[in-house]
Design a binder for this molecule. Sequence first.
Ligand SMILES: [Fe+2]
Ligand SMILES: [Fe+2]
Length: 177
Amino acid sequence: MPADAFVQRLNEQIAYEFAASQQYVAIAVHYDGETLPQLAAFFYAQAVEERNHAMMMVQYLLDAGSHPTIPAVAAPETAFDDVVAPVALALDQERRVSDQIGALAATARDAGDYASEQFMQWFIKEQIEEVASMSALLTVVERSKDVPMEVEQYLARERATGGAADPTAPMAAGGAL
Ligand SMILES: [Fe+2]
Ligand SMILES: [Fe+2]
């Protein structure tokens, strides 16, 4: 059985991951409304990833015989001043999640719950990638804020080259979308 302190924190994290998913839907819809389809598509895809993170955590608790809680979700930010603001918000969110993931690993280790600590390793790696890609996007959006079509072209190129499935990813409850 996972440590009680870890289970409690992981359930809190499930809520943060679903909230992140909702936030990214809100950002995607904002960009869709501005007719910036590449930025919209990027954030629609990020929303699915965050949903899958939550469902991986749900699956872990199911497998471990612990009780996953499906939470209410905090309302996302939906109004943005300019093309940069949503990406800046997203980078803040990813940095906060990195801290949360680190704290989860520490909680597991402190409790001598090494299986849960190991479960968190994939998320640690994932956060490094997500912070890096969001930082890069923020740089591009800040540089091109008066010419959003340049951001669209950057994303069209990036999205054409990346995005292979990750065979090391934990199982998501119900299967990853
Ligand atoms: Fe996540
Ligand atoms: Fe993320």
